[in-house]
Design a protein. Sequence first.
Length: 226
Amino acid sequence: MTKVQVLVADDHGVIRNGLKKILDDTPDLEFAGEACDGWILLEKVRDRHWDMLILDLSMPGRNGLELIKLVKEAQPQMPILIFSMHQEEQYAVRALRAGASGYLTKEFDGDLLLSAIRKVASGGVYVSSKVAELLASDISRPQNAPPHTLLSNREFEVFSRLARGISLTAIAQEFSLSIKTVSTHKSHLFDKMGMTNQADLVRYALNHELLDEEPDNLRMQHSSTI
């Protein structure tokens, strides 16, 4: 039997080792390679063919939605399953738009992960019932859609980091951008969302369940104002 050659990209060794054990214990799948950051991943996908990629969205170097597009440019036919800590409301629809074939959060069990891997590897698309609803809402998005859905992918990534209290300097370093460029993205997303300050942005993110957890430095402020 020809095994599906799976490349795993995640910056946490525990996750990579856990996926290796699951894949190596499965007769039709093989843990064929790994990458701990975006740069190594791009080297690997440009170096040889892989049957599929399991990708974490948050890694050092190149990461996020832009990384999906770069991987698809290198290997257009390779299916990508996003395996992320970020909840579906945050990135699922955008990841699928960028070229991923499935989205699964890390809270799901091993059996569901294997089902998702097999479906994506065979050329299908894996989405949970919640993601299916999000996709349906996105397709029929009304004119009064939530403002965050109108942001570009880069604006949304800047938005999500600002909401978690990450500084402009750190965001610029993460995406290899100038602080001026990040500041421009911040200005544009504030205009699109009708916001004037950081507190507005955090409240919005919390109310729309766009944060994995509430930022420690703003939890007290949120509890006293919402």
